[in-house]
Design a protein around this ligand. Sequence first.
Ligand code: KG4
Ligand code: ZN
Length: 327
Amino acid sequence: MIVLGIESSCDETGVAVVKDGKKILSNVVASSLKIHSKHGGVVPEIASRLQLESIAGVFSEAIKIAKIKPEQIDLVSVTAGPGLPGSLLVGISFAKALALSLGRPILGINHIHSHVYANILCHSNIKTPCAALVVSGGHTTLFYIEDFSKIKILGQTRDDACGEAFDKVAKIMGMGYPGGPLIEKLAKGANDRKIKFACCGTDNELDFSFSGIKTAVLYYLKDRKAGAKLKKDLAASFQESAINALVKKSLLACKRKGVKNFLVGGGVAVNSCLRQKFAVDFKKNGVNCFFPTVNLCLDNAAMVAGLADYLYKQGLRSDLNLNMELN
Ligand code: KG4
Ligand code: ZN
């Protein structure tokens, strides 16, 4: 079965072709990030206008790279949400027009679930039930996955998402957008124990809170003149505390649910310190921890097509009334 995936939940426009649920024939992503970085964050109106301009070209390229004709597509899948409304609408409208013109079924896909599913495209030895963490610019959510059609939220952020905290701390420190990769770069080789930051407690132990730690960075810098060395240590200390909170709660989720497999997904999962800390601590606790490859951590359409293949085979269907799901 050949599945076309479309992803346009934030600033990216992605189109991918996936064969038999596993083989990525193409995975094209056009990003308008450079334009947004001037504004210190994604400007929704600019994002959707650029997506409207680029989506047809991205589709043609994905089809060309996959060496297929549009008529060979068996299923059209598209991110239905959560995401920016204008951006989601571009992808959904394109998907509907395509499904209608080709006479093929259409399936709307949850963006956060697809971030977890990216792992299935990269590894063949993942068994369900398992637990998962999606850590991105918009979400920090722990899931229990009985299988990919039965996903339950165990905990989520009460305020900022982890990636959002990286972006805001970078902004406070006078750096660009997106802040995650910049903080990681600045933190390299620095003393991550120089400043003790702690994430706030939450009523549900599996929830997260990152806004306090971001404010702590703000006040730390307000109170003193930080030189280059201290700024590096600050970035490293912030990164260390944020990652520690993710690891601790993820391990707790595994313990509570009694699972031995854990999947991490989303843009922040690109972070090499995060990957290393999860790998070491999970091994110590006897839990297998999986990550997607870097290009499948960030927003892309292959993860959408992959999950769509699975859910379609489970009997899930959408129709041309498909609408955005903002939550
Ligand atoms: O999953 P994603 O591409 O888009 C959303 O669905 O949000 O994630 C983007 C987020 C941004 O907040 C960005 O700063 C963060 O992922 N990010 C990182 C790194 N690379 C991207 N955070 C920490 N370290 C990184 N290397
Ligand atoms: Zn995402």
